[in-house]
Design a protein around this ligand. Structure first.
Ligand SMILES: [Zn+2]
Ligand SMILES: [Zn+2]
Length: 323
């Protein structure tokens, strides 16, 4: 069953390209695919990853519900399963016990090629399951999360059928429904999968490592936009609870921007924005001349404005909470 949902969309992606070139795609399909891509990939990056796994911010009940649903629509397992795997990854990163390290078989080119496949997709097809009770007891206890997990099969159907219904209604045709099902349902799902898994494979094999970590996590710039900011993986492993992963100048982080948007509207709160001092303290070379991201400084400036009356406006309210 897992194999069907992993390999099925991939196959559709591979046959999709020649079909697209033959003209069997409309702007409506592209628009619907982009909408569902951002919704479901964002559900993973903002919801499953930064919020449920790492607690980078607090969310009110509707936001918590929406993030759990949006992440589930990416068809990467239920919230608790996903979080358990990812917390296990951080506790054993690139060591024995990491569910998806590309360094599992060794460091030779051949070993890393085998490791690439394992970290990208192979681990999902393996039988060894993560102990959810051990790694995500907080989510198992949550009745809302429990209910959403039970709805998982329905959400898998919804992620495919919603684009089809929208495509059908907008074009008022079965052909439009089928075309949207293919592009904005199946092919979009495959793209979300491939990009998420690239963080586990590519970002643990290659990339720049200006920050101190005890693993191989690297920053991979070309993946930043499709991965909605998750490919700044070197900083993420240096500071896992940070709500922003792209902390250096020009490092685009759309997920952080979305969290900022939700914070301004009061949907999320107590966001762990890293202070400039904190970012610098994570550098391998603290004297390295780096420019911290503009948006990050804007966040700092706003915090400073709020405490304008305090004698020391420069503040670092950062946290030492684990994970
Ligand atoms: Zn990682
Ligand atoms: Zn993480």
């Amino acid at each position: 069953m897992v194999a069907l949902f992993i390999l099925g969309p991939l196959l559709a992606l591979l046959v999709g390209l020649p079909i697209a070139l033959s003209g069997w795609i409309s702007w409506l399909d592209v628009g619907l695919a982009a909408f569902f891509y951002v919704l479901t990939a964002g559900g993973i990056t903002i919801g499953f990853h930064r919020y449920f796994t790492h607690g980078s911010f607090r969310a009110n009940k509707p936001a918590r519900f929406a993030l759990a649903i949006a992440g589930s629509l990416a068809v990467q397992g239920s919230v608790a399963d996903w979080v358990a795997d990812h917390r296990k990854h951080h506790s054993n990163s690139d060591q024995e016990g990491d569910p998806h390290s590309p360094w599992r078989y060794g460091t030779s080119t051949r070993d890393v090629a085998r490791g690439f496949w394992h970290s990208h997709m192979g681990w999902l097809l393996a039988d060894d399951l993560t102990d959810v009770q051990k790694y995500a007891p907080d989510l198992l206890k949550d009745p809302m999360i429990h209910r959403i997990s039970r709805l998982f099969p329905l959400l898998v159907a919804a992620t495919l059928l919603l684009p089809a219904i929208m495509g059908g209604l907008i074009t008022m045709s079965w052909a439009g429904a089928f075309q949207a099902l293919f592009w904005a349902g199946v092919v979009r799902l495959a793209l979300v999968h491939q990009i998420t898994w690239s963080i586990n494979s590519i970002c643990h094999i290659t990339g720049k490592r200006p920050f101190k970590t005890r693993d191989h996590a690297g920053n991979v710039a070309w993946l930043a936009i499709p991965a909605l900011g998750e490919s700044w993986h070197n900083y993420h492993h240096a500071d896992p609870t940070s709500a922003r992963h792209g902390v250096l100048w020009s490092q685009i982080d759309p997920s952080a921007a979305a969290i900022r948007f939700m914070e301004r509207r009061g949907w999320v709160s107590r966001v762990r924005w890293p202070s400039e001092d904190r970012v610098r303290s994570k550098l391998v070379d603290p004297d390295q001349p780096v420019r911290i991201s503009g948006a990050l400084l804007a966040a700092d400036a706003e915090d400073a404005k709020e405490s304008r009356n305090a004698p020391e406006p420069k503040q670092s309210q950062e946290s030492s909470q684990p994970q």
